[in-house]
Ligand binder design. Structure first.
Ligand code: SAM
Length: 218
């Protein structure tokens, strides 16, 4: 497949306006806003739909999945409090847009996707754009024990519960951000690991994600 990577004034202008929309909706972390202002989100869309790329909406990416709404990407990223050099496990690579945002903040990302068509596309597109996470194809609901522990874990699909396996793979002081609920609506949940078996859990706003499908999920 031939990809088209052109970033002209129209897209750059639309990106600036998107950043202002996110700021108005409550995103405060300037580093997150800067990353969103930098990454050409239209590169993840077919050219026919470039006019949709800088709207604050989720959009189909094939295989019955979606690129998350920019607000959701910014919201989850802000909650992770990424420090440069953090080792981050991302479950649900999708098209890889969220991966790029994490990497712009200086994270070293291990990312897992279960849909082969999305995985195959992402392992080509992201390196072409200059982002080189560690990509894996498989069930991320069990995490990736070989590369654990992680400073941060982000799940970009809706889970029925917080998988215990993911908590085990977090460093003490680490943060997990995961949408938890039913197949329709989920609350964003953050879990801070305060000791080997101690956690602080917070439930935040309601979102709508595609389901996390796997051994420790739906
Ligand atoms: N992060 C993406 C972005 O930047 O917009 C959006 C991800 S999409 C909302 C959720 C993704 O999670 C889908 O691509 C889906 O195939 C994937 N997924 C669902 N269950 C999974 C699992 N158990 N392991 C890995 N990926 C999974």
């Amino acid at each position: 497949m031939a990809y088209k990577f052109i970033d002209n004034y129209r897209e750059q202008g639309a990106r600036k306006r998107l950043v202002e929309v996110l700021r108005k909706k409550g995103i405060e972390d300037e580093r997150v806003l800067k990353a969103i202002g930098k990454i050409p989100r239209h590169f993840f869309f077919d050219e026919t739909f470039w006019n949709q790329a800088y709207k604050d909406i989720a959009f189909p990416i094939g295989a019955g999945q979606t690129i998350s709404q920019p607000y959701t990407v910014a919201y989850q990223t802000e909650l992770l409090h990424i420090n440069k050099g953090d080792k981050v496990l991302e479950i649900g690579t999708g098209c890889g847009y969220q991966t790029c945002v994490l990497m712009e903040l200086g994270a070293n990302v291990v990312t897992i996707e279960r849909q082969e068509t999305l995985y195959e596309r992402t392992i080509q597109v992201l390196p072409y754009m200059g982002y080189k996470p560690q990509f894996f194809l498989g069930d991320g609901s069990i995490g990736k024990a070989e590369h654990a522990p992680y400073d941060k874990i982000i799940v970009t699909a809706g889970a029925p519960t917080v998988p215990e396996t993911l908590l085990k793979q977090l460093n003490i002081g680490g943060i997990l951000v995961i949408p938890v609920g039913d197949e329709q609506f989920q609350k964003m949940v953050t879990v801070l690991k305060t000791g080997e078996h101690d956690y602080e859990r917070h439930e935040l706003d309601t979102f709508r994600f595609v389901p996390l499908v796997g051994d420790r999920a739906w």
